[in-house]
Write a protein that binds this ligand. Structure first.
Ligand code: ADP
Ligand code: GN1
Ligand code: MG
Length: 374
């Protein structure tokens, strides 16, 4: 069958390159990721249907797709072994890369697009926002557990797929440059947001300073733990599989904690236009804190735990300045679906940052409460 997509002209060539079972009967765009182009493929086999996730990797963002896939293959191979030892099902609890017909992990098409295929994890749900404290708690256990499962992974073997990914001071400098250059003449539309971001420059190095002083540890982290990067089992409703492994790199535990809070503990969508709907939900914050610390099973130091609220604030702030810089630069990084989309996203992030500042003592008290847990 034909799978047409004007944005991805070589999609059919790509599909033909992979070792798929059965005959392709359907292919359509899928999911809400901001970075890669994702498609769901359905094939018919003698035993029934078989589904796959096909992705065109964004190689203007991930400059070296070969290294990217090397990371993904090595990390998932490692996770499979850990999952098996824990008595889990590695076919459902981590991503499984499907090989090309000539045994490769990805395919470069004739127009130099880079493609990969994963087994589709069946009977799963994926949320943009937390539907209940229980689901969010489960995702926290899973992300904490993910970090623990990778605790002994040889970090030196990981390629840095995006340099300085969560280096907030470096993100701040990129943001300043975007404001200075104001390429699209849009800065006048975002004066308040620019001022909000500038006023918080001093916070940007809060975590990296501690790392430099030896008071925080570098671990292997996921670095993109937003809620839609985890699949829940549709039957048990439990967090099942952590996906989007493109940014697994050495990082701080705060990056994973913070990025989840940013997306999952907000009372509104990342791109909500009505800012009165955006707040930090302290019950969700508490559920995640409890779950994350349980998932990490005592592996975090006291200082790491104490700094978790800063992780939440900085990841939210950093994402805000990234959205705002992208708005100023003409929406060249994050996919947008309407005019001003990145500005709307930046506004929700800054609203959340302001709310976290207002709730700072409560956040610290919650973290303190769970610190004592084994
Ligand atoms: P992006 O980097 O663009 O965010 P993702 O790898 O997160 O891309 O994929 C986008 C969406 O596709 C996910 O949020 C999820 O809904 C879905 N998805 C990705 N991989 C799988 C998979 N193996 N099984 C089921 N759904 C998946
Ligand atoms: C992107 O790939 P996706 O949609 O899961 C981005 C994250 C941002 C997020 C904001 C590689 O995540 O860093 O926090 O959008 N991923 C990359 O929603 O830049
Ligand atoms: Mg994603």
């Amino acid at each position: 069958m034909k799978v047409e997509n004007p944005a991805c002209a070589k999609i059919e060539e790509a599909i033909a390159a992979f070792e798929l079972e059965g005959e392709l009967i359907d292919g359509k765009p899928y999911g809400n990721g901001h970075i890669n182009d994702t498609f769901l493929l359905t094939c018919e086999t003698k035993e029934g249907s078989r589904r796959y996730i096909l992705q065109r990797m964004n190689h203007s963002i991930f400059k070296n797709p070969q290294q990217l896939m090397e990371n993904v293959v090595n990390v998932t191979r490692y996770l499979r072994e850990v999952i098996k030892k824990q008595g889990g099902n590695p076919d459902r609890e981590t991503l499984n890369v499907v090989k090309t017909r000539d045994g490769g992990n990805y395919y470069e098409d004739s127009a130099h697009n880079f493609w990969r295929v994963f087994l589709y994890v069946e009977r799963t749900l994926c949320f943009e926002q937390a539907e209940s404290a229980k689901d969010f708690y489960d995702s926290a256990v899973a992300f904490g557990n993910f970090q623990r499962m990778l605790a002994d992974y040889p970090a030196g073997e990981l390629h840095e797929t995006i340099p300085n990914f969560h280096n907030t001071p470096s993100r701040f400098r990129d943001f300043q440059k975007a404001v200075r250059e104001d390429k699209m003449g849009r800065a006048s539309l975002a004066m308040q947001e620019i001022a909000f971001a500038m006023e918080r420059e001093k916070d940007t190095s809060a975590l990296l300073d501690l790392l430099e002083e030896g008071n925080l540890l570098l671990r292997v982290t996921h670095n993109d733990t937003k809620l839609n990067n985890i699949l829940f089992d549709a039957d048990t409703k439990k967090a099942l599989c952590i996906i989007d492994l493109d940014t697994v790199m050495p990082g701080l535990s705060h990056y994973d904690f913070g990025d989840s809070i940013r997306t999952g503990a907000s009372t509104g969508a990342e791109d909500e236009k009505d800012l009165t709907k955006i707040e930090l939900d302290l019950d969700l914050f508490e559920a995640f804190t409890k779950g994350f610390l349980e998932g990490c099973k005592g592996s975090l130091t006291e200082k790491e735990i104490e700094m978790l609220p800063m992780g939440a604030k900085l990841m939210t702030y950093e994402c805000g300045i990234r959205f705002l810089a992208d708005f100023l630069e003409g929406d060249v990084y994050f996919k947008i679906h309407r005019e001003g989309h990145n500005l709307d996203r930046a506004r929700t992030q800054f609203k959340l940052v302001a709310d976290m500042e207002a709730k700072w003592e409560q956040m610290a008290a919650i973290v303190d409460k769970y610190k004592k847990q084994p």
